[in-house]
Design a protein around this ligand. Structure first.
Ligand code: ADP
Length: 218
């Protein structure tokens, strides 16, 4: 299976689509947001710095993220295709990533751009809740993705949680960061001929279908 990169504004559905790919094709899902959140659970200076950056909606320093990512993709479960959800976030990271790929003898694979309208993204963020155990993502305000029981994971039957940075104020900053830092990646990958534009405003099933079509022509 080829590796996958998702480029998308906050709440475009990267996490949800990654989970669908993992469930269907058993690919390894690497969310750099989750890798960073794991670091924030320690009381170290690094943990505090990461927490502050994430809460402000700014990007975490490239060196930190590259180090975490390199260690993660060198693991055995990344030998048969992995999904990068949240990386690269700027052109510098993309260039550094290609050097890591060369070193580890891995391929870039597909780059999917999930295209979504800003107002819809905001609605998704403000109502977003997820399962701390299986990572499933729900939205308390959207019928399509509401949990069956309020605030409880359909699969694990435990309480869903809300991320610290899923509020309106941080959302605006995250969106601005996306336009300034991440959007230039669109041209970067377009020029390499590896970018696929996937409309992502119409729900998870049509989005997933469009991705499968690129991957398998189904
Ligand atoms: P979203 O895509 O919905 O904003 P993520 O979980 O991917 O959520 O990211 C949350 C935060 O983690 C970002 O706002 C940023 O502070 C940090 N982060 C995640 N990935 C990266 C990265 N590749 N480089 C720098 N910072 C990152």
């Amino acid at each position: 299976m080829k590796n996958i990169i998702f480029i998308a504004p906050p709440a475009a559905g990267k996490g949800t689509i990654s989970n669908m790919l993992t469930d269907t094709y058993h690919m390894t899902h690497i969310s750099t947001g989750d890798l960073l959140r794991e670091e924030t659970s320690s009381d170290s200076e690094l943990g505090k710095y990461i927490k502050e950056q994430m809460q402000s909606g700014a990007l975490v320093n490239d060196e930190i993220i590259l180090d975490l990512l390199k260690k993660r993709i060198a693991k055995d479960d990344c030998n048969d295709g992995y999904i990068l959800d949240g990386f690269p976030r700027n052109v510098e990271q993309a260039i550094a990533y290609e050097n890591i790929l060369k070193e580890l003898n891995k391929d870039l694979g597909y780059v999917f751009l999930l295209d979504v309208d800003k107002e819809l993204a905001k609605k998704r963020i403000v109502g977003r809740i997820s399962c701390p155990q299986c990572g499933a993502v729900y939205n308390e305000y959207m019928e399509e993705t509401k949990p069956k029981k309020d605030g409880i994971c359909d699969k694990c039957n435990i309480s869903l949680v809300k991320r610290d940075d899923d509020n309106e104020e941080t959302f605006e900053k995250r969106f601005t960061t996306y336009f300034e830092k991440t959007e230039p990646l669109i041209n970067y990958y377009k020029e390499k001929g590896v970018l696929y534009n996937i409309p992502a405003s119409c729900g998870k099933d049509p989005t997933f279908a469009a991705i499968k079509k690129v991957m398998f022509g189904e």
